[in-house]
Write a protein that binds this ligand. Structure first.
Ligand code: ATP
Ligand code: MG
Length: 293
């Protein structure tokens, strides 16, 4: 059986009735267009912070070709999404445990075919999550750089897309290009923005306003929402060296405090009440939930 057919078969049209017992899951995709803006560090720390607050949280590494989440958290995966795609294991086998009960779905590094999956396989990967027999409140998805099909599909499949920007002209133009493609091709009409590596709080707000201005001018139908700024912080770099989330290693540091504040905002978002489309994480659970047993 090809990889693709395996993933397509996992779309659980016949999910058992117990799926109706699950709560809806809030899925947040972290993206940015440009490489190196801090997507993975924001994802890892947002997820760790939500888990510390008591939210049942799952962090998926959706940078399928150059995985980093496991490295940032000092984890050694036995299986990764590459094994799942090659049907060597089930999604449950891929799950790793992190701080405060955080669940992690690691990806693989250095397998080029994983960075080149077809769009049907990306949709298949999204659908696999509907089968997960775990109670969850939030799922955080760390996407790759760029505007490839994988990035677009994982953002489309999430309820919320968070775009990370930093103070570089290419970050703003790449973020704009990404938002444009997401809105025109994938129907995403709402985007949250986090400014990372800022030198003062005003810089974050200014960056957001710069991006909001171009979006308003050229993409009238996309609503942008500012979530806050994470400062440039040597404590975060130190935590990366120690392979720990900065919110756990140095909770009093400026970056940890900023990310905890952003996590508190995200924790207040209402859970989804209904599925929006076909390509959506946990869509089967939501559909099943709305059908009385
Ligand atoms: N707030 C911050 N303060 C200091 N350093 C930071 C901060 N955020 C990120 N960095 C550093 O910037 C680098 C890139 O971060 P990260 O890997 O999270 O970016 P990314 O957007 O996920 O990159 P890629 O596009 O390669 O996936 C790392 O070396 C990280 O330590
Ligand atoms: Mg990354």
């Amino acid at each position: 059986m090809s990889h693709e057919s395996h993933l397509l078969q996992t779309n659980p049209r016949n999910t058992p009735p117990m799926a109706g017992a699950f709560h809806p899951v809030r899925v947040i995709a972290i993206t940015g267009g440009k490489g190196g803006v801090g997507k993975t560090n924001v994802s890892v720390n947002l997820a760790a912070s939500l888990a510390e607050m008591g939210k049942r949280t799952l962090l998926m590494d959706a940078d399928l070709g150059l995985a980093n989440v496991d490295v940032l958290l000092g984890l050694t995966p036995k299986f990764t999404l590459a094994d799942l795609v090659a049907h060597r294991c089930q999604l449950e086998d891929v799950l790793l445990g992190g701080p405060d009960g955080l669940l992690i779905v690691p990806a693989s590094s250095g397998f080029r075919h994983m960075a080149e999956l077809s769009s049907a396989e990306h949709v298949g990967l999204v659908n696999v999550f509907s089968e997960l027999q775990r109670q969850l409140d939030v799922m955080v998805v760390d996407t790759a750089a760029g505007i490839t099909d994988s990035v677009l599909t994982f953002c489309q499949a999430a309820q919320d897309t968070v775009v990370v920007v930093c103070d570089e002209p290419a970050s703003i133009t790449d973020a704009y290009a990404l938002i444009k493609v997401l809105s025109r091709e994938r129907g995403v009409d709402r985007v949250h923005v986090i400014a990372n590596m800022v030198r003062d709080p005003n810089e974050g707000r200014k960056l957001y306003e710069k991006l909001a201005r171009v979006c308003e001018r050229f993409l009238g139908d996309v609503a942008l929402h500012y979530m806050g700024a994470v400062p440039q912080d040597d404590w975060l770099r130190r935590a990366v060296q120690r392979q720990q989330a900065v919110v756990k290693a140095y909770p009093g540091s400026p970056s940890a405090r900023a990310i905890n504040e952003i996590a508190r905002l995200a924790a207040r978002w209402q859970p989804p009440t209904a599925a929006r489309g076909n390509v959506e994480f946990f869509v089967e659970r939501m559909i099943n939930r709305s059908v009385p047993a």
